[in-house]
Design a protein around this ligand. Sequence first.
Ligand SMILES: [Zn+2]
Ligand SMILES: [Zn+2]
Ligand SMILES: [Zn+2]
Length: 137
Amino acid sequence: MRPHGTEGRYNEGCTCPGCRAAHAKKHREYTRRKMAQRVLIDGRLVAPVPAEMHGKHSTYRQYGCKCAPCVEANRVTIAAQRTARLTERILIDGRLVAPVPPEMHDRYTTYQNYGCRCIPCTTANSRKRRGDRKASR
Ligand SMILES: [Zn+2]
Ligand SMILES: [Zn+2]
Ligand SMILES: [Zn+2]
């Protein structure tokens, strides 16, 4: 058996905090290496992956590929996730409220990203917009 706190032990199935941390570290290094392999093409950082892997949200996320098809795939996926979130809203007292934990309300980000129209979120959003206007002046 390998000692705890190593990637090898994690791969053998151990999920103790030490082994998980070792795995996370390895994963971060792996991601950083993948990011470092990107090449600059026409001002875009493109991952050196096979052609069929481009145009995918996963390539954008995992390899940080910024080629036009991957960026577009990412945009479409995020828009779809947003739409899915919007359809999950529930009508409470005539207001569409997002099914998020209580601590996520009273935030303009919940208003914008989840479309939450509860009174605290709506107030937070108009407060934010007033702040933006003041800042741009
Ligand atoms: Zn362990
Ligand atoms: Zn790509
Ligand atoms: Zn809310």
